[in-house]
Structures are given as structure tokens and as C-alpha cells.
Design a protein around this ligand. Structure first.
Ligand code: AMP
Length: 214
């Protein structure tokens, strides 16, 4: 089962992608996490990506596409995967579809989690990320057991630079310009699934499971 998660930054794609990956036992591939891991490891890719990420801009397609195509060709992806944060532009989606077509495969579902901009802005200001393992929380919706401390690894929780209100507004602008057109792209491919992203994590997940199957 090959799945693409769509939705504005902060819509809850990552949270649902993790739940899908766990239930269906498929890898969760987050391009944002891959970039953050590269930044932390001090790689060349990381330093290139960081200059865009800190400004709320998209990393150029040529830095993302090969990375994802290589990843989905790895053995653990043979039964499928859930892509979180990719594709984010029409050229990325086309490149992915072309790569799949050469293997005689195609994407099965594109799940769009719909949340209004004003809700996104208030949600993102409450988001906290672990400086060590990257796990994300929300001070109201998904609080850590101990304030400011990561449940997974005990690392410090911070408001990421790209979650600060000014950057979030910029990221939403980028989303509407470059990523939202993917809704039409996948509607035309007849694989789009629309889910209201404001009904709570568990209800959203039940709606997704109804579509994907038990
Ligand atoms: P995310 O954690 O998915 O919100 O991604 C954080 C940042 O990483 C984004 O704001 C972009 O700068 C960059 N990024 C992640 N995925 C992509 C992608 N598919 N294309 C371009 N930039 C990306």
C-alpha cells in the first residue's frame, strides 16, 4: 500500500502518517525528518537544505527527488510506504509517478488532511520538537508526560525555527502556491481521499482506516 499524505504544514500529516505506518507495518518516510537528520549530522545535503528550511521555503526539487526515489526502492518498502511531506510540488509528484511507472507501480492513495489557515497558525505556535530525536508534541493536543522533556529520549523540547509564527505564515503561502495544486493532481488520478483535520487525532485516523481497510 503506497500512500502520500497531503495537507498544509501543521495539518497533522506526520501524526497520521506515523499511525498508518504502525497499523499497516510500512515505513513512514518524512522528507522533513530526513533533512533534519542531515542537518544534525552536519552533511552537505543538510547544510544546503537548512538555508531554505529556516526561511520557510521549499528545498529545491533536485535535492529531494533522488533522495525519495532511492528510499522507496529500498527492500523495506516492498510492501508499500507512507510519504509525509513529499511530494510538495507538481514536478516532484510527476518525478515520483515516473519512477514508479518504470517499476510497473503506481501510488494507491493521496490522503489530504484539510485544516484552515487560521487554525494552522494557532496550532503551530503550540508545537514543540525534540532537539535530539525530532519527535513532535503539542502543548495542548499532544503534551509530553513532563513539560519541555521528550517522552522518547529525554531530550529538550523547543519551538522549531520553522514553526515560529512569521515562518509559518510564509510556509502557508508556499503551501498554497506550490503544494495545494497536488490536490487537483491526485483528484485527476482518482486516488484523493479528503479528511477533515479538525475532528481530533483518533477520529481522523478512523476515517482513514475506513478507506484503507482494517
Ligand atoms: P516538514 O517537516 O515536512 O514540514 O518539512 C520541513 C521543511 O523541510 C519544509 O518547510 C521544507 O523547507 C523542507 N522540505 C521537506 N520536504 C520537502 C519537499 N518534499 N520538498 C521541498 N522541501 C521540503
Amino acid at each position: 500500500m503506497k500512500i502520500v499524505m497531503l495537507g498544509a504544514p501543521g495539518a497533522g500529516k506526520g501524526t497520521q502518517a506515523k499511525k498508518i505506518a504502525e497499523k499497516y507495518q510500512i515505513p513512514h518516510i518524512s522528507t522533513g525528518d530526513i533533512f533534519r537528520a542531515n542537518i544534525k549530522a552536519g552533511t552537505e545535503l543538510g547544510s544546503k537544505a537548512k538555508t531554505y528550511m529556516d526561511k520557510g521555503l521549499l528545498v529545491p526539487d533536485e535535492l529531494v527527488v533522488d533522495l525519495v526515489v532511492d528510499r522507496v526502492n529500498q527492500d523495506d518498502c516492498s510492501k508499500g510506504y507512507v510519504l509525509d511531506g513529499f511530494p510538495r510540488t507538481i514536478p516532484q509528484a510527476e518525478a515520483l509517478d515516473e519512477a514508479l511507472a518504470t517499476l510497473g507501480q503506481k501510488m494507491d492513495y493521496a490522503i489530504n488532511i484539510e485544516v484552515k489557515d487560521e487554525d494552522i497558525i494557532s496550532r503551530m505556535s503550540g508545537r514543540r520538537a525534540c532537539v535530539d530525536c525530532g519527535a513532535t508534541y503539542h502543548i495542548v493536543n499532544i503534551p509530553p508526560k513532563k513539560e519541555g522533556i521528550c517522552d522518547n529520549c529525554g531530550g529538550e523540547l523547543i519551538l522549531r525555527d520553522d514553526d515560529k509564527p512569521e515562518t509559518v505564515k510564509k510556509r502557508l503561502g508556499v503551501y498554497h502556491d506550490q503544494t495545494q495544486p497536488l490536490i487537483e493532481y491526485y483528484t485527476n488520478k482518482k486516488i484523493l481521499v479528503e479528511v477533515d483535520g479538525t475532528i481530533g487525532i483518533d477520529k481522523i485516523f478512523s476515517k482513514i482506516v475506513k478507506v484503507l481497510g482494517e
